[in-house]
Every structure is written in structure tokens, then in C-alpha cells.
Design a protein. Sequence first.
Length: 374
Amino acid sequence: MAGIYIHIPFCKQACNYCNFYFTTSPRLREAFVQALLREIEYRKDFLEGEKVETIYFGGGTPTHLPVNDLLAITESIFKHFSCSISEFTIEANPDDLTADKLKNIAQLKQLGLNRFSIGVQSFFDADLHYMHRAHSAAEAKDAIKRTQDAGFELITLDLIYGTPTLGHAEWAKNLETVAALQVPHFSSYALTVEENTSLFQKIKKKRLLPVDEEKAAVQFDMLMQFAAQNNFEHYEISNFAKPGKQAIHNSNYWKGKHYIGFGPSAHSFKRYERSWNAANLKTYIEQLAKGELNLEFEQLSPIQHANELVMTALRTSQGLDLNCETIAPYKAFILAQLEQVNSAFFCFEEDTIKLTQSGKHFADSVALGLWIEE
């Protein structure tokens, strides 16, 4: 079972920490939709008949598109791919989720839409202002309640910790608000400062305070404690769900399942091959208008594929199964490398390596220590 990802690059305004491909200009919106529909048709054989289990509209801000465009894109997917949908997700920002927009989006419910991923980031206006978000804390709460009232039970919230404006008491309150709103799933990330973002430039010029990594580490511990006390499964380093409410689409990425991505900057993966569109809206539109695809390709070796699985599997609660088909040929090497890793960071369950709570602070460095040499 495979997944489909649609990258909608339009946003109302630029969040200063974001390093995803986006544009705040709506000028090419109609041309983009037509190009996207062409790409879906041109690449209809990519999955070779494999059934599509999940659809994910990401961005950007997918709900920034008119609902008629979202309907046309979804109908094209069903026309050109074999689908048996168990999860259909759309990302949204709180300021987009007006009563009228939700009423219109409900049309997608008939096509299987069943999960919203809402970019809240914080329930405190000082944090939202620091991150240059377009909504207020009050709007965030109202949008969540409106989405629930519209009949959508599966809601994911995004939260960011580690901002200079977020004290420990405020972070605890953010988490308490998740519980009070009865949201079944949330994703939570430490604020990272990427070099190609305006946040990086503003911190460099001392116009904004920098991130405090020690504070972020404490808030990560608070996050894990909150999850344990409130019956949220910590099923991936940054993802928490009530029993049975895990996000299927993202989980399939971590398991190495096949997926196809449409839109500028979107990635696809099948067997040992990864491909992606250029992160340029104008180029994307022009190439598809000529009936051409502008894809770049990367062929993974078996060792590269195994190393990627080491990185993703260790981040999950299921851990790294040393006997799985991809990893088994390198089991002895990984076990030897594991002797160099701090024993407090991992545990064994049969032949599966799992991170301990302290190890989750160092997930990436542990994984890198286990990488297989070419």
C-alpha cells in the first residue's frame, strides 16, 4: 500500500523559521492547479498499480486554495490511481479555518478526508509573534473547536517548543490545552534555525533572541512526561497519539513504503529510487505546459537504503529490527558499532534496538553511530 503527497506551495505570509518551499504570491495559482493536474495524469503509472492507502495535502497551506481546486485535484487522483483510502489528511492554518471554509471543505469528506493537521505552534501570542505566524492564540482554539464541530475527530496539532519567548510554565500550559481540547494526536518539534530562513538572519543581526538548546531539552522531557501521564503514545520522536490514532501516512514514510509526490519540491520514493520536482513554481508550470516533467533522481544503494531505515526506525517506538530484510545483512556490523554507543541511550527487545528516554535526546547521533560503511 502506497501514499500520495500533494505539495501546495501557497501561504498567506511567511513564517520566519520555515525552510519548506512556498510562495506568498497567489498570482500563479490557477496555472499551478492546471500543471498539477497534468503531472498527476503524466505520472499515473509510477506506482505500477499498487493501491494508494493514504493521501496527504501539505505545503505551504493547502487550505489557502479554493475548495473547488482541492476537489479537482482529489478527483484526478481517484481517476488515475487505484485507491483504497484509510487516511486522507489536509494541512491547515487556524486563520484559514473559518466557518465558511470548513463548510466548503466538508465536501472533501465525501471523498475520504478524515484528518486535519493544524499548524498551531503555540497557544501564546508572544510565541506566535516571534515566529511570525498569521494567527492568534484565540484563533487557534476557535479553529480547533470549529473543526471538531464540523465532524472531524482526527485532528493533529503542531506545537513548537524551545522558543526564547516560551517559558516552562507556558509550555506546560500549551500541553494542558492539548488535553483540554481533547485532541487525539499532536506533533511537537524543537525550534530549529535553518540558515536559509529569515529567522536565521534576524538572530544573526541580533533583532531576535536565539534559541536556548538547554531550555529546549528540558521542555522535551516535559513533553515526554506529559505524554506518559495523559495516555499519548510517543510513537515517533516528534509524534504523540492516543491509542489507535497514529498518523498512517507519516508512519509509512518511516517504514520505507512507496509514495509519489506531486507539486514543486515534492519527493517520491519507489524501491531504491528517489525522485523530486524542482523547488521552483515557475519552472514547474512551464515544464508541464510543454508536456515535460522536470524530475531529478537519486539511486540508493542497498547500504544507503539500510542507513535511511536505521535513521527513521530508531526514531519510532517500534525500533530497529535487526532481522528485517533490509537490515539483516548488516546485523553484525551494527551490533559491533553499538558497542561504541552509550548504553544508557538504548535497550534491546529480542533483536530490536529501541531508544530509552534519555536516548531520544540523541536519536540522530545514535543513528549516525550505527550507519553502515559503503
